[in-house]
Design a protein around this ligand. Structure first.
Ligand code: SF4
Ligand code: SF4
Ligand code: SF4
Length: 326
């Protein structure tokens, strides 16, 4: 990725009168951290970064920031928001458009073809984070870690994030401006990470998920980071009626995690953010990918790839065979 080109493009976008700001990534304050940045003027574009550390899906801000209720008497700023996206992030934007969560003309999508990001946990395990920021760059097929004037080659098969191993859309599916050349989609891994669970019998599956969900501390980070979990009145917060009890135990944790998985069926775009931020290391991606595959196989629907699509959970075909109804 040519960073100069990215920064120049961003500077041209943010000076437009119809643009409020551009949301992108910048170097974090230490280790492998990368932070979101809201660029409001051309000089701010110099901070922008696009590297294998830019894992976060910034599409979350389209609803998180743009949909918060305004103080009484304050007029909404109707200018457009520009957003840097990787392939998976662009699917979140597309799905938000499909659901009318955002209007297409409210957002300027700046697409960054993506050769894959690193799993920062694996990276920190092998090369512990230091107080100062470190950089990682793409280097052909692999990554390279730049720290203390030293370059360390990071083999792709060891450090590529799980979601990227399974990525079907590394190039943005929509973009108004594309920065950089399209990347060649790679051969998908043979499995999608759920075969291990599907190979278990019912008792073994129960034991597996009991062990996983029992670790959940109900911090709701998975919900809060998810670009498609944007209901202002989330079922999990309701007290009357209380659909999911506040108690942190296996039963309520299961209700929470299963409810979320079903609410995301046909909507989750497999960006992996929920799993990345989970402090309990619960393999939420396995749950999401299982749902995604069922929807793909049974209904031929893949969310977040076609802005003209009907929302999966809100559409009905008059000739639906309905052969699941007894
Ligand atoms: S899932 Fe695809 S688009 Fe997203 S970070 Fe990985 S390779 Fe890039
Ligand atoms: S992020 Fe993990 S621990 Fe927190 S609520 Fe979600 S599943 Fe539970
Ligand atoms: S459920 Fe997880 S993987 Fe799916 S869109 Fe939300 S954050 Fe991304």
């Amino acid at each position: 990725m040519d960073l100069e080109q990215l920064r120049k493009t961003a500077a041209e976008v943010v000076v437009r009168e119809d643009v409020k700001y551009l949301i992108g990534w910048k170097q974090g304050s230490y280790g492998y951290r990368v932070a979101p940045v809201f660029v409001e003027d051309a000089s701010g574009a110099a901070e922008l970064l696009f590297s294998p550390l830019c894992t976060a899906n910034l599409a979350t801000y389209l609803t998180l920031v743009e949909k918060t209720p305004l103080p009484r008497g304050q007029e909404a700023d109707k200018r457009k928001v520009a957003l840097l996206v990787k392939g998976c992030d662009s699917r979140a934007v597309t799905q938000l458009i499909v659901e009318h969560g955002i209007n297409r003309d409210q957002v300027i999508v700046v697409g960054c073809p993506c050769p894959g990001v690193v799993d920062t946990e694996k990276l920190a395990e092998k090369y512990p984070e230091q107080g100062k920021p470190a950089e990682v760059e793409w280097n052909g097929e692999n990554f390279v870690l730049l720290c203390d004037d030293k370059e360390t080659e990071l083999p792709r098969d060891q450090f590529l994030a799980e979601k990227c191993r399974l990525c079907r859309h590394p190039n943005p599916v929509i973009s108004d401006i594309t920065v950089g050349e399209p990347v060649e989609p790679w051969t998908l891994a043979d499995d999608n990470g759920v075969e291990e669970i599907e190979g278990k019998n019912l008792e073994e599956r129960q034991a597996y998920w009991e062990e996983q969900f029992s670790k959940c501390i109900r911090c709701y980070s998975c919900r809060n980071v998810c670009p498609l979990c944007y209901c202002q009145d989330c079922i999990l917060d309701r007290l009357n009626p209380t659909w999911v009890n506040r108690a942190v135990n296996f039963s309520e944790n299961t209700a929470f995690n299963i409810a979320r998985a079903f609410h995301l069926a046909g909507r989750c775009i497999e960006c992996g953010e929920c799993e990345r931020v989970c402090p309990a290391n619960i393999p939420l991606g396995k749950l999401n990918r299982k749902m995604a595959r069922e929807v793909r196989d049974k209904y031929g629907f893949e969310p977040g790839v076609d802005p003209e699509a009907e929302p999966f959970q809100a559409s009905f075909k008059p000739d639906d065979p309905e052969d699941f109804i007894l």
